[in-house]
Design a protein around this ligand. Structure first.
Ligand SMILES: Cc1cc2nc3c(=O)[nH]c(=O)nc-3n(C[C@H](O)[C@H](O)[C@H](O)COP(=O)(O)OP(=O)(O)OC[C@H]3O[C@@H](n4cnc5c(N)ncnc54)[C@H](O)[C@@H]3O)c2cc1C
Length: 363
């Protein structure tokens, strides 16, 4: 029976980044996710790496380290695959479409400790010239380093890369048994393997694993819609206000996202559709009639009270670990936080208190 140092359940941003950082630390890894049965699995068509967080556009937790880790990995994946369509590096405009947003964005521009070159301020005329399809604004914050990431391509490329790096893939659900020597994993077809340690990085499903059910964490459903224009769209940057609008190809616009705290299925809803159309109408009023909706997707985020991920060992099973709660910042956080988790397990480095799963274990 094959034996691994680690088994990782979940091949989303958390599980991929963890498998990668463990492999770089010379650990053998078995990665398990039904999605791995398909080398071109579907996924979100686009997401943002936006360091100006939330309505107040605040610089987030360890932004420089997170951004640097994510972009280094993205460059590596582009080199590996020869693809130049994993992301669009054209910045993110946060137009101040109301006076309240102007107060918040301008305050952020002046007071947040932005690293050199990350942000600039645009006057109302500059915003109008930069994107004539937007309504009148009070100016806008421009994130020079903002990225539009084509998430489906990014994740599929990442999975192929890890396979080439010797990470074993299982594409079927597993059961596992815990014993004093580690874990025995058995998939639906009876295939078996053992591992010393097991990491659950299964997104929202993590909270359904029996050992991790008692956590202080919340689910938040989100939806995005894809629109197609009847003519080529004549800008490249992403726009982030009342949600986000991300360009994909010449004619596609991905509009996100909604926040639903009451219903957690993966099914798109009419209410989600209504809200996404409303966002489009508010941000691109004169364009919205030339855009036709061609798709809609739903997902479920995991969030915590301090809006930071959960990583660390289970209090009763020292070889069982968790990595979830990436919230709305899965792309930005995943690589840096995975490195912290791997260093903790492999080299004994302490997990910062604000990330440690201990803070969320309910007794
Ligand atoms: C509508 C919406 C828009 C978003 N926009 C952005 C954005 O613009 N930028 C950004 O950074 N983030 C965004 N996010 C958040 C981002 O998607 C998450 O932070 C990220 O996907 C979390 O990564 P994860 O690996 O923890 O979980 P997931 O991405 O959910 O991955 C979990 C994986 O585990 C697998 N799995 C589940 N159960 C099992 C099981 N029993 N066995 C094996 N495998 C299992 C699943 O198939 C899945 O592949 C958005 C989220 C939503 C819902």
């Amino acid at each position: 029976m094959p034996h691994y140092d680690f088994a990782v359940i979940g091949a989303g941003p958390a599980g991929l980044a963890t498998s990668h950082s463990l492999r770089r630390r010379h650990q053998s890894v078995l990665l398990i996710d039904p999605l791995l049965a398909d080398s071109n699995a579907s996924g979100a068509p686009a997401g943002l790496v936006n360091v100006a967080i939330g309505k107040r556009a605040l610089l987030g937790w360890q932004s420089e380290a997170c951004y640097e880790a994510f972009t280094r990995n993205l460059e590596m994946l582009s080199d590996y695959s020869g693809r130049d369509d994993l992301c669009q590096n054209s910045g993110i405009l946060r137009p101040a479409l109301t006076e309240e947003l102007y107060e918040l964005f301008f305050k952020s521009y002046n007071e947040q400790p932005w690293p050199e070159g990350w942000v600039s301020w645009m006057t109302p005329d500059e915003v109008k010239k930069f994107n004539p399809h937007l309504p009148e604004s009070h100016g806008g914050l421009f994130l020079n380093n903002g990225l539009s990431v084509y998430v489906d391509r990014f994740l599929n490329t990442y999975r192929s890369y890890l396979r080439d790096q010797g990470v074993q893939h299982w594409g079927a659900p597993v059961n596992y048994q815990v014993d004093e020597n580690g874990f025995t994993l058995i998939d639906e077809e009876g295939q078996r393997a053992t591992s010393d340690r097991l990491i659950i990085a299964a997104g929202t499903a993590t909270l359904d694993f029996p050992e991790w059910q008692n956590l202080q964490a919340n689910r938040v459903k989100g939806e995005i819609a894809v629109f197609e224009s009847d003519r080529p769209l004549d800008w490249q940057h992403a726009v982030s206000v009342f949600g986000y609008m991300i360009r994909r190809g010449d004619r596609e616009l991905v509009v996100g996202s909604t926040y639903n705290h009451n219903e957690f299925t993966f099914a798109p809803t009419d209410e989600g559709r209504r809200q996404l159309h409303q966002k489009l109408q508010k941000v691109f009023p004169e364009l919205s009639s030339s855009l036709k909706q061609t798709g809609q997707l739903a997902g479920v985020r995991v969030t915590t009270p301090n809006r930071l991920p959960l990583i660390g060992a289970h209090p009763d099973h020292p070889n069982l670990y968790i990595f979830t709660a990436l919230g709305s910042k899965g792309l930005l956080f995943s690589e840096h936080v995975a490195a912290i988790l791997s260093d903790h397990i492999v080299s004994g480095r302490e997990i910062p208190e604000e990330l440690d799963v201990k803070r969320a274990v309910l007794h």
